[in-house]
Design a protein around this ligand. Structure first.
Ligand SMILES: *Cc1c(COP(=O)(O)O)cnc(C)c1O
Length: 380
């Protein structure tokens, strides 16, 4: 196993997380109850959403969102290919067809609004936007498009906890927002996720989908509020638990500080890279809104061997990554999308490298990474 001098990401836990988990263990109640309700309430308040629903992970949340807006076989859903495969998998779970739209370009890795419009057909039912790195998609124009063509909008806000555009939290613009608390996300519960919505009917539907379509939960029966239940539709077990909800509550309280630190480090990266390696471009320069600064993507100049570059970074003890191998090239997708051309996605994704970013990173670390980027670029 490689011991990294600077890993790609790292968690930030303190005594608050330890105590929160210990309290749950001492209480003796581990499955969804008070703590989960508190977590949901706090997340709804934080984002300004009317409802928040905690789930076992964001992938499950995306699946539920796709079901809740009524996706079925034959339907088409427009989404970017430059995202984690979960975004497209969730569409496929319902039998609907993912339709990949290109991204804006080198300074904006989000789905292009023009590209969305050219993908719309009479089968299109929904758009799934992904706020890449916690940088806002153009939600005012996307919502206008959705209204014009009567489409649902699901926001994959896995990168975007604590990110805003025009005073509205990301994930609260469309019908449903889906957040991830996986261990490398801005706030974490190990595995975990949250859905937000302002629509009461969607919320009720999501609640049923989370727990087998049951009209009452173990917790309600424990509290004496119910003695039996009906199953009113085909649902799943996509529940979170009290241990993770307690972790999430503790992390949510720190999220603003974490994200402010991430943004400061991104500025530090921008300054260092501009000075040391002006050929390397740093996307989302002067991007609107307040970013969650989830990851630190850079775009290498044409002609650089990315694999060799990443090997050199690794030899210096610095972990890098790729966000993302575009979905339409994966074996499980490539046959169906063999003819698809996404010029911006393909040319930019092939040159993207993600540098380390997490709150505990120091300014000295950032400078060291930037210097190592410069050294690793030499002689291609
Ligand atoms: C992490 C991530 C997901 C999946 O989240 P899980 O909680 O791991 O299921 C979905 N979409 C994007 C863009 C992600 O980064």
């Amino acid at each position: 196993m490689t011991t990294w001098r600077i890993p790609l990401s790292d968690v930030s836990f303190g005594i608050e997380e330890m105590q929160a988990v210990q309290q749950v263990l001492e209480s003796g109640w581990l499955t969804m109850g008070n703590v989960t309700q508190d977590f949901e309430g706090a997340f709804a308040q934080y984002t300004g959403a009317q409802y928040a629903l905690a789930v076992t992970n964001c992938t499950a949340g995306l699946h539920m969102a796709c079901l809740a807006v009524g996706l079925q076989p034959g339907d088409e859903v427009i989404l970017p290919a430059l995202t984690f495969v979960a975004t497209a998998n969730a569409v496929r779970y319902t039998g609907a067809t993912p339709v990949f739209a290109d991204i804006f370009g080198e300074n904006n890795l989000n789905i292009s609004v023009e590209a969305i419009e050219t993908c719309i057909t009479d089968r299109t039912r929904a758009i799934i936007v992904v706020h890449y790195g916690g940088y806002a998609c153009d939600m005012p124009r996307i919502m206008a498009l959705a209204r014009k063509y009567k489409l649902h909008v699901i926001e994959d806000a896995a990168h975007a906890a604590g990110a805003w555009l025009d005073d509205r939290h990301l994930g609260v613009w469309g019908d449903i927002g889906c957040y991830s608390f996986f261990s490398n996300k801005n706030m974490t519960t190990g595995e975990g996720g949250m859905l937000t919505t302002n629509d009461t009917a969607l919320y009720e539907k999501l609640r049923l989908l989370r727990s087998h379509g049951m009209t009452s939960l173990t917790w309600d029966r424990h509290k004496g509020h119910a003695w039996s239940y009906d199953v009113v539709e085909l649902g799943y077990n996509y529940r979170i638990d009290e241990i993770r909800a307690a972790l999430g509550l503790a992390q949510l309280r720190k999220l603003n500080d974490f994200n402010a630190r991430r943004r400061a480090l991104v500025e530090c990266y921008r300054d260092s890279l501009r000075e040391l390696t002006p050929d390397v471009s740093v996307p989302f320069d002067a991007h609107p809104g307040i970013t969650a600064a989830h990851i630190m993507p850079v775009i290498l100049p044409q002609g650089v061997n990315r694999r060799e570059f990443m090997e050199r970074m690794k030899a210096a003890g610095i972990q890098t990554s790729i966000h993302y191998p575009p979905i339409h090239h994966f074996s499980a997708y490539s046959q169906q999308y063999a003819q698809l051309e996404l010029p911006n996605t393909d040319s930019i994704a092939a040159r993207e490298v993600t540098l380390p970013l997490y709150p505990k990173l120091s300014e000295e670390d950032v400078l060291l990474v930037a210097q190592t980027v410069k050294a690793s670029l030499g002689s291609f």
